[in-house]
Design a protein around this ligand. Structure first.
Ligand SMILES: [Zn+2]
Length: 320
């Protein structure tokens, strides 16, 4: 039977988003439902399968017409063996063979990938990675995730764990990271780290625009910095200094064609790109960055499902 559709699922701790698309990845319909993670892994997998069936029904698609399903999941996933090893916001998902479970029920080829790595493939097919098959993608939000895209697919490493950019250590005497180590990039430059630094410094500061807010996130820090606030500007400079150093190390190590920066913190815009460039030039080597481009991610609202569609396209069609 002719294949007409692909399906992407973005599994999150609070919601499951799904999309059915044509074979080129143009989205035809989307559905979002609550994950209900507290009801356990079996329930959640059932909800994913139901979402896929609803998406197919919305296009009157038969099982034989669907070429593949891509699932982007948080946490550590083994994409080769198709299981979620561990996801901190999906308890009970330890070593969950989600690919087998979906394939058994629906008889459609299914692919699994970590959500940040899926987002990188989404950027490769539909976003800022166009015409580029060797790039590094970073998502800077609550944490810092990422992916190394090498020759048009994710560079996996020996046990499928490569690309944990947020946990490369910039200073072993640095602040504690959620992973248990000290001084990771994530502990300096994630949205959480930026908010934490601002709150710490605010205690010893008499006047700052940040005193206006009850709850300070990285967005308020960037906003206050753009309004000339000294404390906020210092925090932004400090965090982006480390982000830039972390990226300079990647440039020296990997020599990529492009660095794509996505995630909520990247919404702060050009200031991030400019500061990262400054640090890359100061801390890497010209032959390694003279052909480099550093760009913001293009995919915003639907990055999760588009990434999951990108996983299907990459794994079923080969490189872009
Ligand atoms: Zn860490």
């Amino acid at each position: 039977m002719d294949k007409k559709y692909i399906i992407g699922i973005d599994l999150g701790g609070t919601k499951i988003s799904g999309a059915i698309a044509d074979m080129d990845g143009s989205i035809l319909n989307k559905i979002t439902i609550p994950t209900l993670a507290g009801k356990g892994a079996l329930t959640v997998v059932g909800r994913i399968a139901d979402t896929i069936i609803k998406l197919m029904e919305s296009r009157s698609a038969s099982y034989g017409e669907v070429s593949g399903i891509g699932i982007g999941s948080p946490g550590f996933v083994n994409s080769k063996k198709g299981y979620i090893a561990f996801a901190s916001n999906l308890s009970g998902f330890n070593n969950l063979p989600i690919v087998d479970m979906i394939e058994e029920r629906l008889k459609i080829k299914t692919y699994l990938e970590n959500d940040a790595k899926a987002a990188a493939l989404g950027e490769m097919w539909f976003g800022a990675g166009g015409n580029c098959s060797n790039f590094i993608y970073l998502t800077v939000s609550t944490g810092i995730g990422g992916a190394i895209v090498y020759n048009g697919d994710i560079f996996t490493g020996s046990s499928n764990m490569a690309g944990e950019i947020g946990h490369t250590i910039l200073n072993p005497e640095g602040p504690k990271c959620g992973c248990g180590h000290n001084g990771c990039l994530e502990a300096y430059a994630s949205g959480t780290a930026i908010a934490r630094l601002a709150n710490e410094r605010l205690k010893e500061c008499e006047d700052s625009l940040l005193k206006e807010y009850d709850n300070i996130t990285s967005k308020e820090v960037f906003d206050a910095a753009s309004r000339g606030d000294k404390l906020a500007s210092d925090v932004v400079d400090y965090s982006l200094h480390y982000l830039g150093i972390g990226i300079a190390n990647l440039v020296t190590l990997i020599n990529p064609e492009r660095i794509i920066i996505g995630g909520g913190v990247s919404m702060a815009g050009q200031i991030i790109i400019d500061k990262v460039w400054e640090e890359v030039k100061a801390n890497s080597f010209k032959p390694m960055y003279e052909n480099l481009s550093i760009v913001p991610a293009k995919l915003k609202a639907d990055a999760g499902v588009i990434g999951a569609l990108g996983v299907v396209l990459t794994r079923s069609k080969g490189k872009r």
